[in-house]
Ligand binder design. Structure first.
Ligand SMILES: [Zn+2]
Ligand SMILES: [Zn+2]
Length: 350
């Protein structure tokens, strides 16, 4: 019914930037600990990623960029982009292992699992020939390519607080995948893309759906946008598999993003996708991690979402929840309504 694989390798933990850099693999280890303490792994099977396949990186990255990362990883210093993403010893191997985790997650679905979870994945900013925003290789786009080969039509639902710009760019003309991203959109906020008029090109035209949200968007406005844009877009596209990028930085306590989701809002989003998948698709879901700079909040979000997918009793994770759903100001709600209205029009959603 909800046969779930949890893809994990300890090498993931090496993908953690040094010093006071905000991206830490502590999130993944905390989530794993929360799950262990609650007996998740009696129900959820822990599976190691398939061994490294270096060729898989060039499905979306240029060979020159892959060579560059390998060389910088041996050197162990310097920058992989303009400043956000430093190199360190072994960054190549740990980034590749995270990619293998997402690819393995897809292969497990093709082999009969209903759901797979790879918290090491979700590195959605990486571009064809460049690292960006703490992301070295774009496992999301690589997993989509793998899923298209094995399973058919793929919908990506990216609920990270930042726009999934790398995934969008790498799949912008792809006719077999729907790319949906909900994110904060505000002057000067990284990465600066993700407005409503970015809808895809060529054969992929209409298959990129961006939901830009103002700072202060709470659970109520977020779920309003989800119900009125994302669910109808999924119904229209009819995916065979759904890939969720579940960055934890849309949470209200995240220090880098200004959205206001609670763990209960996150759970509502996952429940909606889960229910859609079983009722109107094949039930197959790959859930990935992503950003998240309040480490505890991110670990709680991931644990609660994994419980939902795998059918674990919600009471087991009740103590990890925030008290209640959050609400948005009237001003924010009005702005979100306007965005939703325009998107329904642009994408012909009723
Ligand atoms: Zn299920
Ligand atoms: Zn993010």
């Amino acid at each position: 019914m909800h046969r779930t694989a949890f893809v994990w390798d300890d090498l993931y933990l090496n993908y953690s930037f040094p010093g006071d850099h905000p991206f830490k693999s502590l999130r993944e280890s905390m989530a794993r600990k929360y799950m262990e303490e609650r007996g998740f792994f009696h129900v959820v099977e822990v599976v190691r990623p398939d061994p490294p396949e270096e060729d898989i990186l060039t499905e979306v990255h240029s060979p020159e960029y892959v060579d560059f990362v390998r060389a910088m990883s041996e050197l162990g210093e310097g920058l992989l982009d303009y400043g956000d993403t430093p190199a360190f010893k072994g960054v190549y191997e740990s980034a590749l292992m995270r990619v293998m985790g997402s690819v393995t997650g897809i292969r497990l679905l093709a082999r009969g699992y209903d759901h797979s979870v790879n918290l090491g994945g979700g590195l959605h900013h990486a571009q064809r020939s460049a690292a960006s925003g703490f992301c070295v290789f774009n496992d999301v786009a690589i997993a989509v390519k793998q899923a298209e080969k094995l399973l058919g039509r793929v919908a990506v639902v990216d609920i990270d607080g930042h726009h999934g710009d790398g995934t969008q760019a790498l799949l912008y003309e792809d006719p077999k995948s729907l790319k949906v991203s909900l994110h904060m959109y505000h002057r000067g906020f990284f990465p600066g893309t993700g407005n409503i008029d970015e809808i895809g090109e060529g054969e992929g035209r209409g298959l990129t759906v961006n939901v830009p949200l103002p700072p202060g968007t709470g659970d109520d406005a977020y779920l309003y946008a989800f119900d009125n844009v994302v669910i109808p877009a999924l119904e229209k596209f009819k995916p065979d598999i759904i890939v969720i990028q579940e960055g934890g930085d849309s949470h209200m306590s995240d220090p880098l993003v200004g959205l206001k989701l609670s763990t209960r809002g996150y759970l509502e989003v996952i429940k909606r996708i889960h229910s859609f998948s079983h009722n109107k698709s094949t039930g197959k879901i790959l859930m990935l991690g992503g950003g998240g700079y309040d480490y505890d909040a991110t670990a709680r979000v991931w644990t609660i979402s994994t419980a939902e997918l795998s059918g674990i009793d919600p009471m087991e994770v009740e103590s990890l929840h925030d008290c209640c759903l959050t609400s948005s100001s009237a001003f924010v709600m009005e702005r979100v309504r306007e965005v939703v209205k325009k998107l329904r029009d642009i994408h012909g959603l009723g």
